[in-house]
Design a protein. Sequence first.
Length: 190
Amino acid sequence: MTLPTIKFLKQPTSEAWIEQAIAHLDTILLDHSHCERKAAGVALNLMFRYPAREKLVRMLTAIAREELEHFEQVNQRLEQRSIALGPLAAPPYGAGLSAQIRKQEPERLLDSLLVSALIEARSHERLGLLGDRCPDAELAKFYRSLMAKASPPLWGILDFSHNLFRSPFGDRTAGGIIIGRKSVAGNCLS
Ligand SMILES: [Fe+2]
């Protein structure tokens, strides 16, 4: 199977986003912590929703463990910088994508996987941008190390979706699940 490249994101992250991110590294780090926690939570929720799907549960177990590790690593950096682990308004992006998940099965599973893959793909791209452009050398190195880890879950999700639905995108076209322009507007890193 030929996996789609990261280019299945319709548009690259804007220069304005990266400039804003670099100007607000503390907020980005806090947002990142929330994103890692949410990513682990999504994996756990799917495990609860589909407990009998062995391959899926195995993949989700690995993802949940890894995302919790990232959560811990980001939180260590928050602590080093004396940034409180406080609340942050959720960007509309995640809710906008979740609203596109169909209610009936198996489409619900397919769409849930694709939304996770999209978020992971955007995260991969933005970690790379931060790794390249972040003026704080230690943080830049951290982002590069996380970027290297963001690919396996993405390909794992799409590979699983391919096996189950005979295409990574099932009955969604690649363009169809890259839902409108919402997928390019997010802040999420994980
Ligand atoms: Fe992560």
